[in-house]
Design a protein around this ligand. Structure first.
Ligand SMILES: Nc1ncnc2c1ncn2[C@@H]1O[C@H](COP(=O)(O)OP(=O)(O)OP(=O)(O)O)[C@@H](O)[C@H]1O
Ligand SMILES: [Mg+2]
Length: 238
């Protein structure tokens, strides 16, 4: 089987400083994979490079076997990749519904807007109740739901999530995880960046660890939980 995402020896510079040195990883269709690491390790840069925000210095990114590392974000969204960015990046003055509709800017999702909204409201029923409210009035967890919903409006096959549990109350984290499971059951492949290692390992089947811009460790959830260097570094931190 061809990986849905394959990254080889990726190196990325941000503002003349090297952010990634050597990231190699892959994700198979339908998998739930984690990308873990400390502050500044390069997790967000990796997701940004996949969606097309940072053209790499060297290395390759393939989606469905096709090189995409020189493609703009709009082309990658059209291919079926969606990013839920760090810090959500909603338009706080716009309503929940308007924020969701922003995710459906391409012709196909736009034509199926009502169906897309229904799917998001099925995942997050509270968003249906709050559809006409400014997004900025919602709690942190509910805003995260809007950000995930907006990404789902583009009908992705690969969903990239950048720290979706950050600033979300524990009870709402449970709800977000439940929705991510449902998204996964619907056949969407998920790549999850998280600093909340326990929560992340609860959800993913497999994960990569990134350190100083390098992918240094990969393993199944159980292998990582039993890995001494992994547990001494990460477990007990959150
Ligand atoms: N806007 C920027 N301009 C220049 N360098 C940046 C910028 N944002 C991040 N960097 C640098 O790129 C490297 C990787 O940062 P990145 O944001 O990808 O890490 P991260 O793993 O997502 O960290 P965090 O857990 O804090 O979100 C770091 O050395 C960081 O200082
Ligand atoms: Mg980050």
């Amino acid at each position: 089987m061809t990986p849905i995402l394959e990254i080889s020896n990726l190196a990325v510079e941000r503002g003349n400083l090297r952010a990634l040195w050597d990231v190699t990883m892959h994700v198979m269709p339908g998998e739930r994979v984690g990308l873990l690491g400390a502050n500044g390790a390069g997790k967000s840069t990796t997701l940004g490079a996949i969606i097309g925000l940072y053209p790499p210095l060297s290395g390759q990114i393939k989606f469905d076997g096709q090189p995409i590392e020189r493609q703009p974000p709009s082309a990658n969204v059209a291919r079926g990749i969606a990013l839920v960015p760090e810090g959500r990046r909603l338009f706080p003055e716009m309503t929940v519904r308007e924020n969701l509709e922003m995710g459906a800017y391409l012709p196909e999702p736009r034509a199926a807007l009502a169906a897309g909204l229904n799917d998001v409201f099925a995942l997050f029923p509270v968003l249906k109740e709050k559809a006409q409210q400014p997004a900025g009035e919602l709690s942190g967890g509910q805003q995260q739901m809007v950000a995930i919903g907006r990404a789902m409006m583009s009908r992705p096959r690969l969903l990239l999530l950048d720290e979706p549990f950050l600033g979300v109350a524990p009870l709402l984290v449970d709800e977000v995880v439940k929705a991510l499971r449902e998204i996964s059951v619907r056949g969407v492949t998920v790549l999850l960046v998280e600093q909340n290692i326990h929560r992340a390992l609860d959800f993913v089947e497999r994960a990569y660890v990134i350190e100083n811009g390098r992918a240094v460790l990969e393993g199944s959830r159980d292998a990582l939980l039993n890995d001494k260097s992994f547990s001494s570094k990460f477990l007990g931190l959150d």
